[in-house]
Design a protein. Structure first.
Length: 494
């Protein structure tokens, strides 16, 4: 018998004995309660921040592009770090890394909440980057923690319930953000600090390691550096084209360095015995197609909510708080459908559910290509509910398929790849779709809408340009969603 077979049997034995004890004492619900705090934290921050951005821009005397980097900086650092953190979780275990995520998220929130006007938003971006480190630690490990805690056949249920917290946070975010911003936008960040303290203490007290990390594993420093610099360089350069903050020559240099590092990584990494990114996992057709459909779906819908916020504050003439509350149909549908589809995927798999979810999302996106300033809100709510419900119908089964297709001791790596590709999709969506919608809109009109809301009646030419760009962006997202649906349908049975 090969040593690798012995290692595999030992790992499976450890998993079986630990999982058995876990099921007897109800640890799965305890683990779910800890990951729920992290999901609430990240989702509330995301939607509350959208409401607070106009006040932040005015108070810190920042530019529109600086404010966009408040959003993009978080996504970039989260995208780059998730595969590294996933590998570290397989070596060191999930508990310590997950609890460290609360600490980093709280520290970043404190830095962002204390940002000063003389730095014009630069210190706010630093705080968001630190938050991104915490977000990567929480996001990557939470999926693995839930998968570890629930026995096979119940993983979809656990992941679906965990999505309720994310959707609930998204629904509460605009309300909390609006109330806190009335006092000061700083409380949108400082509000996180006590939550992070509670989450860290609760995690330290209650989390375990149901899957014991395999012994004598080594960290792949070459892969870590080339992947980090490659992914950062390529994504940063693409984003800089959409939201320029550096000279073009510098952006080109960053792109070249990123491409070189990526080529080195893809050339040498397959030969590494214990790689930072388990590329061999893509040999599984289910794993590969599920991740590809997730990436395409991320690109398709990553910028949609931001575009809707601009539409509702601009042509639709609503204030920031009302615009945020109008997004509730999306989050509500996601929250209702997500757990149901997750539980259903435990019984019937993801091969049928994932394409259906993407088809429903595509219908919602197609509907959004027809919206105008005179469209009744109930009709827009239907389109948003289709998008949210379709996303919920797709996300849980797709994640279940990915996490159930790998061995227990590689779940950290699988979760890291899943998070990396999802976040990459969101970054590419904002970098591609957002400029597609706003490229012909004058900066003066954008700033007026962003800070004051209340419509675009003062800029009739800008209104026509924005609506044309908005419809083009939604049509682009629709086409990508259809492609994602086709890819999802090609996966093998789960």
């Amino acid at each position: 018998m090969r040593s690798s077979d012995v290692f595999e049997e030992n790992v499976q034995a450890d998993v079986s004995s630990d999982a058995s004890s876990v099921q007897h004492d109800g640890y799965k619900w305890t683990a779910l309660s800890v990951t729920t705090v992290g999901a609430l934290l990240a989702s509330i921050q995301g939607s509350a921040l959208l409401i607070a951005l106009p006040n932040i821009l005015a108070d810190l005397h920042a530019t529109f592009f600086t404010i966009m980097w408040v959003l993009m900086g978080y996504l970039l650092i989260t995208t780059v770090l998730t595969p590294v953190i996933g590998r570290l979780a397989d070596i060191w275990g999930r508990k310590t890394l997950y609890n460290s995520g609360f600490v980093m998220f709280g520290l970043g929130s404190l830095v962002a909440g204390l940002a000063q006007p003389q730095f014009h938003g630069a210190d706010l971006i630093v705080g968001r980057v630190i938050q991104g480190v915490g977000g990567a630690l929480l996001l990557t490990n939470s999926t693995a923690i839930v998968t570890d805690a629930f026995r096979k056949g119940q993983v979809g249920l656990g992941l679906g319930i965990n999505q309720i917290a994310g959707a609930a946070g998204f629904l509460l975010g605009p309300i909390i953000g609006g109330l806190l911003t009335e006092a000061s936008w700083r409380w949108v960040f400082l509000f996180n600090v006590p939550l992070c303290i509670f989450g860290a203490i609760w995690g330290i007290m209650r989390l375990r390691e149901p899957v014991r990390p395999a012994s004598s594993q080594h960290f792949d420093w070459f892969g870590c550096l080339t992947l980090t610099f490659g992914l950062t360089g390529i994504l940063l350069a693409i984003t800089m084209v959409a939201f320029p903050m550096l000279p073009q020559a510098v952006t080109t240099g960053i792109l070249i360095v990123g491409i070189i590092c990526a080529v080195l990584f893809l050339t040498i990494e397959p030969r590494i015995k214990e790689p930072i990114l388990q590329l061999r996992l893509f040999k599984s057709r289910l794993f590969a197609f599920a991740n590809l459909s997730g990436l395409l779906n991320g690109i398709a819908r990553g910028a949609v909510l931001f575009l809707l916020i601009f539409f509702l504050q601009g042509p639709y003439g609503k204030d920031p708080l009302t615009a945020g509350l109008m997004l509730i149909p999306f989050g509500a549908a996601f929250m209702i459908i997500g757990p149901m589809s997750g539980r259903l995927s435990d019984r019937v798999g993801s091969r049928l559910l994932a394409p259906i979810g993407l088809a429903v999302s595509a219908l919602g996106l197609l509907g959004l290509t027809t919206v105008s300033p005179t469209t009744p809100f109930w009709l827009m709510a239907v389109y948003m509910a289709l998008m949210g419900g379709g996303s919920g119908f797709f996300a849980s089964p797709n994640t279940n398929a990915i996490m159930s297709s790998v061995e227990p001791h590689t779940r950290g790596a699988a979760a890291g790849i899943l998070s990396m590709l999802n976040n990459t999709g969101q970054m590419l969506s904002i970098a591609i779709v957002f400029p597609l919608a706003l490229k012909s809109v004058p900066m003066a009109a954008m700033m007026h809408v962003f800070i004051y809301g209340g419509g675009m009646s003062q800029f009739p030419a800008a209104l026509a340009a924005f609506m044309g760009g908005l419809h083009t962006a939604f049509l682009f997202s629709f086409v990508l969603c259809v492609i994602a649906m086709i890819v999802a349908a090609l996966r093998p049975a789960h």
